[in-house]
Design a protein around this ligand. Structure first.
Ligand code: PEP
Ligand code: MG
Length: 556
């Protein structure tokens, strides 16, 4: 049996299905219990003990730093003060579930108030609380296992960036989600990790846990209970294609020598190794908010400086484009909340708009960046997300210059900015087009909603028109760092439209490099013209391919 979704991170992955449980509900306020208090206390203690024992066992299995972390979490579950709190609430007729919820809440508030390192532990407490409540309610354990016996296929309705922060290729063989489009964070993270992924796959969470799956992250096919021969053949074909693509090395350029720097999108120092291994010439998008997703309090300047320097040091001669915190909507940061409840967070206070409310956080980030860069040869460029108007570009560029930063730019991800890039240009040194959000706002189609993934297709001719307008005639370099750059055919079209560099999740670099090297700039221009002359994404794709013959030769 086969299920089908949208392939968003190419490659073949296979393993048993693991279904990510939905979040644990808050036990209702005022919930009481039947029976006597000592039984209810026993139920609560047994659940806490179970959770602590499970964490200890996982720590023992994982070893290293993970063991220390899990053992520290287990200690929290066995904390005598917490146990006293739970028991005394049960004495006051509160159910075990609610007593656990409230006692953890008190500790959480204390930690959050303490701030710094202690504040960060609030997320750990929430995790133990949810695990204990899940045991008491008979629900599946929340969270993603990091110590499974073999790599598994992670299935979920959708994945938040924080769900997946601890995952690596050794742990997860593939991602399959019911929601999410090609530019959702599941897709971005999967590509960054080099893990095959299929999104917008209806009915995926109904697949029984443990079912063996074969996932094709290019075609979007998810095969249930494949034979060993089918798995072997799919893996061999994927390896052969990868070997062919890896034959071209060196800086990105078309066949006739038009240079197109090929850069990596990173979320922190942990992504540098893959970027270097795939021949990235630098970093085109450092998503700094990824460093702080699970933080309850703002990071210190020193922590930021360390995380930025680690990436700058890895590219001594290269360009490193750092994006300031893009908080809000699909990437909420607890320490940068919007100033009011927002009915449409994607249209609310996010990206640079957030810095209008928290200017000191912007100043602290810019100053950490300037300090991190001191004495290093990397070409540091800093840009702001979600810029819509010239005064925003000026405000940000002025703040960068005040902080002593050498180069300030803005992302183009709002249609207004693409339409009038020429008005933003005088204030900035460069542009970078975020095609993920630009598609979302052009088509009024939430990038997290799987059912709308067709409207998120970066081959939409309307999006290509906006890219052409953004590149414009203003004379400032204009790269692309959205997911569109990772599609080898579309990368050629973007080059044909005049973009100056391409930045993508590292595993996509070899295919883009190989395809670019096999076509001339004129072929790229012809492909771009044909795509823009089309009326639908399918037609645009087909029309562009007519001018890019090497795609078929490379099996792409
Ligand atoms: C984009 O919107 O295209 C982009 C690169 O930024 P993000 O995906 O992080 O929103
Ligand atoms: Mg964006």
């Amino acid at each position: 049996m086969t299920r089908r979704g949208v392939g968003v991170s190419p490659g073949i992955g296979h393993g048993p299905a693991y279904i990510l449980a939905a979040s644990v509900p808050e036990p209702p306020e005022g919930a009481t219990y039947d029976g006597d208090a000592s039984q209810e206390k026993q139920r609560a203690m047994a659940a806490l003990d179970h959770v602590a024992g499970d964490l200890e066992a996982r720590g023992l299995h994982a070893g290293g730093q993970a063991r220390d972390i899990l053992e520290a979490q287990a200690l929290m579950a066995r904390d005598p003060g917490l146990i006293v709190g739970v028991k005394s609430l049960i004495d006051r007729d509160v159910s075990a579930e609610r007593a656990v919820y409230e006692s953890f809440g008190k500790y959480r508030d204390l930690l959050t108030k303490a701030g710094g390192y202690l504040g960060e532990r609030a997320a750990d407490l929430d995790d133990i609380r949810d695990r204990t409540i899940a045991v008491l309610m008979g629900l599946p354990m929340p969270g993603v296992p990091t110590d499974a016996a073999e790599p598994y296929v992670l299935i979920a309705r959708d994945l938040a960036p924080a769900d997946t922060a601890l995952l690596s290729k050794d742990v997860v063989a593939a991602f399959v989600t019911e929601e999410g489009g090609p530019t959702s964070h599941t897709a971005i993270l999967a590509r960054a990790l080099g893990v095959p992924a299929v999104v917008a796959c209806p009915g995926a969470t109904a697949i029984p846990a443990g079912t063996r799956l074969l996932v094709d992250g290019a075609s979007g096919e998810v095969r249930l209970e494949p034979s060993d021969d089918e798995v072997g053949e799919a893996v061999r074909a994927a390896e052969a294609r990868l070997a062919l693509l890896s034959e071209v090395t060196g800086p990105g350029a078309t066949k006739d020598g038009h240079a197109v720097p090929l850069l990596a999108n990173v979320g922190g120092p942990g992504d540098v190794e893959a970027a270097l291994a795939n021949g990235a010439e630098g970093v085109g998008l450092y998503r700094t908010e990824f460093l702080f997703l699970d933080r309850a309090t703002a990071p210190t300047e020193q922590e930021q400086e360390d995380a930025y320097r680690a990436v700058l040091e890895a590219f001594p001669g290269g360009k490193v484009v750092v994006r300031t915190l893009d908080a809000g909507a699909d990437k909420p940061l607890a320490f940068l909340p919007p100033s009011s409840d927002e009915p449409n967070p994607a249209l609310g206070e996010r990206g640079l708009r957030m810095f209008r409310i928290f200017p000191e956080v912007m100043r602290s980030q810019l100053s950490a960046l300037a300090r991190a860069h001191k004495g290093l040869p990397a070409d540091l460029q800093v840009m702001a997300p979600m810029v819509a108007a010239p005064e925003e570009a000026r405000w940000f560029a002025d703040a960068c210059r005040t902080a002593g930063l050498p180069s300030a730019g803005v992302m183009i991800e709002v249609p207004a900015a693409a339409l009038r890039a020429g008005d933003l240009a005088p204030a900035v040194d460069f542009f970078s087009i975020g095609t993920n959000d630009l598609a979302q706002y052009t088509f009024a189609a939430d990038r997290q909603v799987g059912a709308l993934s067709r409207l998120q297709d970066a081959w939409q001719p309307a999006l290509l028109d906006l890219v052409a307008l953004a590149v414009g005639t203003h004379g400032k370099p204009c790269g692309v760092c959205g997911e569109a750059a990772a599609d080898p055919a579309l990368a050629c079209v973007l080059v044909g439209l005049g973009v100056s560099s391409l930045s993508m999740g590292a595993p996509a670099l070899p295919a883009v490099r190989a395809v670019l090297a096999r076509h001339t700039l004129d072929q790229c221009r012809a492909a771009a013209g044909a795509a823009r002359a089309s009326a639908t994404p399918e037609e645009a794709r087909a029309a562009a391919r007519e001018h890019l013959p090497a795609l078929a030769e490379l099996g792409l």
